[in-house]
Design a protein around this ligand. Structure first.
Ligand code: B12
Length: 210
């Protein structure tokens, strides 16, 4: 088994300490942080989701896997974000109301920091008005909404509406999360959709520069 496969296996099995230890080893071995994310962590979480869908594992297993992924991300984050650069733009991000998933949202926040954004992270289960208030307070160029459940997609609709109809300053809205598509983004009046954190960073930069 390669080191990346071992990291994936430890995350999928929810072995938090091993995930951290192996991630440190991979960094020491000179493996690119982005490769650790793309080739070990993301496939591990996708496999966990698939097992959950097939009723082979249940919520506790899904939860420990997410904690192992977070441990690996904690070690990778300083390597994904360049230190000491004065941010050029501001972004607000959060997971919409009713939704507690934050791994993808956190990854997008890390990539945005790496792309020269100051990021205000509102966390999970964020009510529409909290997004509006944060936009008024921080005046970001970009706001990101994350949803991982089909049942919380309507909260994304409500949030976009609340932002658009408020007296908050104009802002570009980027949406993402497993059930979200570019068609859905168009339908609800978002400015852009990204299926992954790297694309989210490219899009945020081009939207902020307009
Ligand atoms: C880990 C996990 C959990 C953990 C979450 C821990 C945490 N702190 O996040 C826990 C155990 C808490 C959990 C709970 C539940 N979960 Co869950 N969970 C997952 C799992 C396995 C992985 C999600 C993940 O982290 N993926 C890795 C990240 C990196 O990927 P990502 O989130 O998709 O993000 C990427 C892109 O989507 C995009 N992106 C994400 N956000 C944003 C935002 C912006 C602005 C942009 C541009 C891009 C972007 O970029 C990211 C990076 O590349 C998924 C399976 C899956 N394949 O998605 C199920 C899954 C999402 N969960 C599911 C379900 C059903 C639930 C529960 C309802 C279970 C239950 N019966 O209670 C609860 C809901 C709780 C709630 N109210 O939110 C279903 C959803 C089904 C559906 N269609 O709605 C899934 C798909 C599993 C399945 N196959 O059935 N879950």
């Amino acid at each position: 088994m390669t080191l990346l496969q071992s990291i994936a296996a430890s995350v999928a099995a929810g072995r938090r300490k091993d995930a951290g230890k192996l991630t440190s080893e991979a960094l020491e071995a000179g493996i690119a942080p982005a490769a650790i994310v793309d080739e070990a962590l993301l496939p591990a979480m996708a496999a966990v989701g698939e097992k959950f869908r097939r009723d082979e594992i249940f919520i506790p297993e899904m939860l420990v896997a997410s904690l192992a992924m977070k441990e690996a991300m904690r070690l990778l984050t300083p390597h994904l974000v360049e230190a000491g650069v004065e941010p050029k733009y501001t972004a607000v991000i959060g997971t919409v109301q009713g939704d507690l998933h934050d791994i993808g949202k956190n990854l997008v926040a890390v990539m945005w920091r790496g792309a020269n954004f100051k990021v205000i992270d509102l966390g999970t289960n964020v009510p529409p008005q909290a997004f509006v208030d944060a936009i008024k307070e921080h005046r970001p160029q970009v706001v990101g909404l994350s949803a991982l459940l089909t049942t919380t997609m309507p909260a994304m609709v409500t949030t976009v509406k609340a932002i658009r109809t408020s007296d908050a300053p104009p802002v570009k809205i980027l949406v993402g999360g497993a059930p979200i598509t570019s068609q859905f983004a168009d339908e609800i009046g978002a400015d852009a959709y990204a299926s992954d954190a790297a694309t989210a960073a490219d899009l945020a930069q081009s939207l902020a520069a307009v």
